[in-house]
Design a protein around this ligand. Structure first.
Ligand code: SAH
Length: 262
């Protein structure tokens, strides 16, 4: 387990998966149950935290509403301090720590402070959310590959080249795309993707609050508004959405019929 017993400070960067604790890896479970201190993000499901020992200290370091850069530095400092004190430290993140989770930045900061890091991969929402409604992110009948992209950029960061993605033929799996959905749909249409391209949204996948809708690219923004879809949600755009559970696809067709006849 964490190398503290042999003297060198160490942090385990652990992926908690999308929600359902049965989707944790065995290694994640072992690290959680051995942890003395856990630094946890907003998105980690309460059922996962319930697996910790009662005496484990849980430090909630979610960033909702805060000043992002200061807080990230604060998280680094906290991890370094706890690891140097000899505690078994777990840094727990939703999904996979290296997919839109700032895991890379945290590893860099820890290594720079001379602290060893172990990365325990988790099941990322971009794969698990579509799968929960029957959508494979790749399927050789529909798409030769998949692109995982973020809809949300901080100022000064590059946006994905949506028009190039529109031409790529890849399944597009968009994280953090709710607030920018209208703009990214417009870019994808401008890049030549047909308005009829199937699209799906899956919110709070593998949690008790899961919701989903199947629609088309052209109708995506209206669907998000009509269904009042809230974060966290994954958008999936591409022909693979055809493989969604039959009941959901049927429901989507009926809604479109209602809309067009209204
Ligand atoms: N490291 C995480 C992603 C963090 S970014 C992972 O690998 O899954 C946060 C975004 O992830 C959210 O805005 C949403 O797009 C997505 N997300 C995280 N958990 C989710 C869930 N249970 N259902 C749907 N989307 C989720």
């Amino acid at each position: 387990m964490n190398a503290n017993k042999i003297g060198s400070p160490m942090v385990s960067l652990v992926g908690a998966g999308p929600g359902d604790p049965e989707l944790l890896t065995l290694k994640a479970l072992k690290r959680l149950q051995a942890a003395e201190v856990v630094l946890v993000d907003d998105l980690v499901d309460a059922r996962v935290l319930a697996l910790l020992k009662p005496q484990t200290r849980v430090l909630k370091v979610g960033k909702r509403g805060g000043c992002v850069s200061t807080e990230q530095r604060f998280i680094h400092e906290l991890m370094i301090r706890e690891a140097r004190s000899g505690a078994r430290v777990v840094r727990l993140k939703g999904g996979d720590p290296f997919v839109f989770g700032r895991g890379g930045e945290e590893v860099t900061a820890l290594r720079a402070a001379g602290i060893e890091v172990e990365v325990v991969s988790g099941l990322t929402a971009g794969i698990a959310a579509p799968a929960s409604v029957g959508i494979p992110v790749t399927d050789r009948r529909h798409a030769p590959g998949v692109a995982f992209v973020t809809g949300h950029r901080q100022s000064g960061e590059d946006s994905p080249d949506w028009q190039a993605l529109a031409r790529s033929g890849l399944t597009l799996v968009v994280y953090m795309g709710l607030s920018t959905a209208e703009g990214l749909v417009a870019e994808l249409l401008a890049g030549g993707l047909a308005a009829e391209t199937p699209a799906a949204v899956i919110a709070a996948a593998h949690t008790e609050r899961q919701r989903q809708a199947i629609t088309t690219l052209g109708e995506l923004a209206q669907t998000l508004a009509r269904e009042q879809i809230r974060s966290p949600a994954i958008l999936v755009i591409g022909q693979v959405v055809r493989e969604a559970l039959p009941g959901l696809v049927l429901q989507a067709r009926q809604q479109q019929l209602c809309l067009s006849s209204a």
